[in-house]
Design a protein. Structure first.
Length: 302
């Protein structure tokens, strides 16, 4: 009897709980129900993944490049001399501005005095031999002197002239004005002069320090024409052209944007990191610019 009652009770419970019909969703325009979830999913993704999900590709205009401010070779000078010696005096300070031709320091070396003496002696002998050569030339035309004596006079004159020219060329390399040397005489110390106008950097001289020929004394940097050197890669070449506009920002000058133009694109790829140097001519210089400052740039295609 118990076995018959259990199925009957289960049947009565099922009949007393009728199924609730599913609620009908409100009618919406076609496509609205599917687009909302998709947009929600896309908003939760990072920008790069969202672009991939929507089928978008990277825009060349938004490709950024890292770079550094540099000076062009014409505006960066290393001060060296072909003559060694010891520093006699200097008032140079790192970061100071100097004008072209200004005396940076004085150098003492006995060879410098000897070179001046050689030029003055050769100049004096040159004048005498020149007059003797002209006299023998005139006598030779009138057959009043032997041709051999004329040839000897000519050889002595040309030899002394070459000696004088060689000494003058060496003095010119040292920045010595030979015309002043003839009027003012020998000077004991050589003046080291600035080859360009700019700011002094990397000063390596001090009183008494000895320098060998070709050893640098200091650097001079002209900031009036800084350039931006960008690092690009092989994959960036299709997006780079000479004349493209560039927008860049400089570390330390946050919030400011600067403009420039691509001046040159390197023709050789660095074998280590496969990079290419791109030089940008800056449209307007900023007094706060310094060589070596890092920058981030964006190429703006025409």
């Amino acid at each position: 009897m118990k076995k018959i009652l259990i199925p009957c009770v289960a049947l009565l419970c099922a009949c007393s709980n009728p199924k609730t019909p599913p609620s009908s969703a409100p009618s919406t325009p076609s496509g609205t129900e599917q687009s909302a979830p998709a947009d929600t999913d896309k908003a939760s993704l990072p920008a790069s993944q969202a672009d991939e999900a929507s089928g978008a590709t990277a825009v060349p205009n938004r490709t950024t490049f890292n770079g550094v401010l540099v000076t062009s070779p014409q505006h960066h000078a290393t001060v060296t001399l072909t003559l060694g010696g010891s520093i006699r005096s200097t008032s140079l300070l790192p970061g100071a501005r100097v004008e072209q031709g200004a005396v940076l320091a004085t150098l003492e070396n006995p060879d410098f005095i000897t070179l001046q003496q050689t030029y003055l002696d050769a100049h004096a002998q040159h004048e005498y031999l020149l007059s003797e050569f002209r006299r023998q030339q005139a006598l030779s035309r009138e057959e009043a002197s032997s041709h051999k004596r004329f040839q000897q006079s000519k050889a002595e004159y040309l030899s002394m002239r070459s000696r004088m020219d060689a000494a003058a060329a060496q003095l010119d390399l040292l920045g010595v004005d030979t015309s002043r040397l003839l009027t003012e005489g020998i000077v004991p110390c050589l003046a080291i002069k600035a080859p360009i106008s700019g700011y002094v950097a990397d000063v390596r001289m001090n009183l008494g320090k000895h320098f060998s020929p070709g050893e640098p004394f200091c650097e001079i940097v002209n900031k009036s024409a800084l350039m931006l050197r960008l690092t690009a890669y092989e994959k960036d070449l299709p997006h780079l052209q000479v004349g493209d506009s560039v927008e860049f920002s400089v570390n330390g000058l946050s919030g400011e944007r600067f403009q420039g133009t691509v001046a040159t694109i390197g023709q050789q790829v660095n074998s280590e990191n496969r990079s290419i140097e791109v030089y940008v001519r800056i449209a307007k210089q900023n007094p706060q610019f310094r060589p070596g400052m890092y920058a981030t740039a964006r190429i703006l295609r025409k």
